[in-house]
Write a protein that binds this ligand. Structure first.
Ligand code: E4P
Length: 218
């Protein structure tokens, strides 16, 4: 399973990249706006830090304009993945980019049929937003299970399921159990995956006992 970081905070991405856990990065216009950074400079910086796909989202709404923006973004680095919204224009742009061998992440997916369309369009990744579905009382992880089954029914569909809008370690556990290909995690959620009180308690006890033994290893 691949771990992406969902962030436009280059320091946080750098810190996590150093753990060896980061297979890619996703950004979106809201995260970029919050960072206050120049978009293209930021994408270039992140692409240098991480070998895997770095999703950079177009903001045009018509396919031709999306493709123009995509050209600008693709010129930044080889690992740029173009992110487009799940609209007919977005799917048209996806097909055009996929035909040129470019990676596309189709975002804002909230239904299994949308995921099927994105796969038919040749998306490298589909991003279903589990947290935003849970927010409205729907079943985010149920959508991931449905998409997994649909894609597995049709092996010719090569799109990877990229679980997005991940809010908790439970989302991550459930994504892994279902067999999602990728999850994109905000830095704080990724960091929280390691936490267990018994790990902390056990380590404290081991270190206290070791100190009592009076030994040292190196
Ligand atoms: C994914 O690509 C999106 O940037 C992200 O996961 C959205 O998460 P949110 O619903 O917490 O804003």
């Amino acid at each position: 399973m691949k771990f992406f970081v969902d962030s436009a905070d280059s320091e946080a991405i750098q810190e996590l990249a150093a753990t060896g856990m980061v297979d890619g990065v996703t950004t979106n216009p809201s995260l970029v706006a919050k960072s206050g950074r120049d978009f293209k400079e930021l994408v270039a910086e992140i692409c240098d830090m991480v070998d895997g796909p770095v999703s950079a989202e177009v903001t045009a709404i018509e396919s031709e304009a999306m493709l123009k923006e995509a050209d600008e973004l693709l010129a930044i680095a080889d690992n740029v993945c173009i992110k487009v919204p799940l609209t007919w224009d977005g799917l048209k742009a996806t097909r055009a980019l996929a035909d040129k061998g470019k990676m596309v992440n189709v975002t804002l997916c909230f239904s299994a049929n949308q995921a099927l369309l994105a796969a038919k369009a040749g998306a490298a990744f589909i991003s279903p937003f589990v947290g935003r579905l849970d927010d409205i009382g729907a079943d985010g992880m149920g959508l991931i299970a449905d998409i997994r089954q649909i894609y597995d029914n049709y092996p010719e569909l090569e799109t990877e399921i990229l679980v997005a809008s991940v809010r908790s370690p439970e989302h991550m556990r459930a994504s892994a159990l279902i067999g999602a290909d990728v999850a994109t995690l905000p830095p704080d959620v990724l960091k929280s995956l390691i936490s267990h009180p018994l790990t902390d308690k056990g380590l404290d006890a081991f270190l206290a006992d070791w100190q009592k033994s009076g030994q040292s290893i190196a």
